[in-house]
Design a protein around this ligand. Sequence first.
Ligand SMILES: *[C@@H]1O[C@H](CO)[C@@H](O)[C@H](O)[C@H]1NC(C)=O
Ligand SMILES: *[C@@H]1O[C@H](CO)[C@@H](O)[C@H](O)[C@H]1NC(C)=O
Length: 295
Amino acid sequence: MERLTLVCLWLVSCCGMTSADRSEPLKVEEGTEVILPCSIRNNLESLLFDWKKDDKEVFMYEDGFHYNNGRGGQDPQFRGRVWHFQEELKHGNASIIIRNTKVSDSGNYTCVFPRLHPRETFHIQLAVDPILKDRTDENIPGAAPKPYVNTLDDNKDSSLLQCSVQRSSPKPRVEWWDDAGNVLPAQEPQITERDGLYDIILQTTVTKTGRYRCVATQEKIHHQIKSDEIDVFISEAGPQKGFSGRDVTIAVVITFLVTLLIVGVVLYVRRRNKNNQNRKQSPGEPSGGHLTSSA
Ligand SMILES: *[C@@H]1O[C@H](CO)[C@@H](O)[C@H](O)[C@H]1NC(C)=O
Ligand SMILES: *[C@@H]1O[C@H](CO)[C@@H](O)[C@H](O)[C@H]1NC(C)=O
């Protein structure tokens, strides 16, 4: 019993001191945030702690001064993305949060208290899993550019769409999607290779009104890029470009109404003129009679 109590005491003291040491890496998805834990039992408000990743300065706090209130020295990779928890310092909590994580944040971090005797160092491993997204701004060689889409042929009850993806490597998967993100059946892609880069053309025939786009995906570099949307309108009367059947109907009705109005106004004015002339023609006013008799 006494031994058990001792073990418990030892466990509490041991694990209170080393709660930040982890053997298995923390895993998060790219673009999310992660808290790297590190805590000791001292009040940290007037102490120094320093977070590093390899040789890079991630976050340093010393007696109220740190990388987010003017202290220099932080590695540009982490600028504006790492924060400590000011209210937690008095409880010995030196954890930091990394926002908008990048794949390059993966690796080994240390949390160091250099002024403690003995000096304390904690190790944390972080793994940031890449997600599929548009990586155009990362300037990866061979990353597929935005697919170019156009309508090749409009028939009575279908439209032939073409997508073209230029100069990409590794070879991208090219697909036509409807606006719900479903992959549409398509023809065999036409693939050509030049200097290790692939040009791909993919055609599909759609038979329903809708919004479609072409998507190129390179799993290996976690790059996915979408074309502009292309609108297809298919009616009973066949696909229309520019004007829809409804537009035409409205135009015809408006033209008819305007014509009716003009005819009405012209008839009214004529009739009024005739009435006026008739009035002037009445006896004792010969000048009006003169005009009509000449006709
Ligand atoms: C330290 O603070 C963070 C942020 O509030 C919290 O998530 C974490 O659990 C705290 N760690 C300890 C050991 O209290
Ligand atoms: C991180 O540390 C672990 C074990 O401490 C080691 O196996 C691994 O290679 C290290 N990773 C890097 C990127 O240094």
